[in-house]
Design a protein around this ligand. Structure first.
Ligand code: TXA
Ligand code: MG
Length: 316
């Protein structure tokens, strides 16, 4: 990627256009967060409902002061520890922040992404970039530039290619808009790591917590039905489904003698698994099978982000 390409992307943003760009989590579809008309184009391109807030991406933690009405000490502490990185902080919004960005709520989500190209773009643009994941609404998030092209290629003029995203699942979202820290979406950075830095527990959302719409309903889904299944049940399930075209994503190698099964072996460790997850789901989805069976990963804290995405991708 040359400086000219970054400059061109910043120019597109300044003129109110859309730029898809890599982050360490997934590719984002960016617009000038201060330009409501530009942000509206993001919603149109994705087919996304208007009450879904979008995350504002900034180059440095100091920008928190511009986007948030107040920045609690906990926000500075987490920013210092985890930024640039896969963590989004939800804070009370500054009055100038558009309802389109906040989804009409009184909070705003902000993060400094940990990808060199994203940071270069944010620095060149010198402002906040509102960016959801660069997929059609409800579909699997893109982790390569080619995925973005498949999803939105006809709707955006500029896609910055920064290679495959290292993390592979979306950022952890923590709400700090009230007195306590609340987990709105699990990700690579676990509640335990956040709690250790804050010296206070990270709670689960209660009724008064800000809504994180995309994090609540069925989402991140392939078109092929997907079922999550315990490793021990997999052989019997495959036997029962004989005659159907089945795809499997599992952390084990395919048993010998399987026929009509497209087996995708996934990395055993969580980092590798998350890194490959969306690309694997896309590949399996494209095979036109009757069903994708995913062997459920362990129910361990570090797997919470992955298990959350698999549960939302699952149709049963
Ligand atoms: O890793 C990521 O976070 C990626 C990359 C591109 O940065 N972005 C991403 O954006 O996943 P999106 O729009 O696909 O998901 C953002 C989630 C949504 O569930 C949205 O509801 C929630 O963040 N969110 C954003 N602002 C919020 C706010 N003010 N209050 C509560 N939830 C918010
Ligand atoms: Mg998304």
């Amino acid at each position: 990627m040359t400086d000219e390409e970054i400059e061109e992307a910043a120019r597109v943003l300044r003129k109110g256009g859309l730029v898809a760009f890599p982050t360490e989590t997934v590719y984002g579809l960016g617009a000038d967060a201060a330009n409501a008309g530009a942000v509206r184009k993001v919603f149109a391109a994705k087919g996304r409902p208007a009450d879904h807030p979008v995350i504002v991406h900034v180059a440095e933690a100091s920008q928190l002061k511009h986007w948030a009405a107040e920045v609690p000490r906990a926000a500075w502490i987490l920013a210092e520890k985890f930024w640039p990185g896969p963590l989004t902080l939800v804070l009370r919004r500054a009055p100038h922040v558009s309802d389109l960005v906040t989804g009409g709520q009184d909070t705003v989500g902000i993060r400094v992404p940990g990808h060199p190209l994203a940071l270069e773009l944010l620095k060149a643009f010198d402002g906040g970039v509102a960016a959801p994941s660069a997929n059609r609404f409800g579909r699997i998030s893109p982790t390569t530039a080619a995925h973005v092209r498949e999803e939105l290629g006809d709707r955006i003029s500029l896609i910055l290619d920064g290679g495959p995203c290292t993390v592979g699942i979306e950022s952890t979202i923590v709400d700090l808009s009230r007195a306590r820290a609340v987990l709105l979406r699990p990700g690579q950075i676990t509640p335990a790591r956040i709690a250790a830095v804050l010296g206070a527990e990270v709670e689960l959302p209660d009724a008064a917590a800000p809504r994180a719409p995309g994090a609540l309903e069925s989402h991140y889904a392939p078109r092929t039905p997907l079922h999550l299944i315990g490793a021990a049940e997999l052989p019997a399930r495959l036997a029962a489904l004989r005659g159907k075209k089945i795809a499997v994503l599992a952390r084990t190698e395919a048993p010998s003698g399987l026929r009509d099964v497209q087996w995708q072996a996934a990395p055993r460790a969580v980092a590798g698994y998350a890194h490959e997850l969306y690309a694997s789901l896309r590949r399996l989805d494209a095979l036109g099978c009757d069903l994708i069976l995913v062997e459920a990963p362990p129910a361990m804290p570090e797997w919470q982000g992955v298990n959350d995405r698999l549960a939302r991708a699952s149709s049963a």
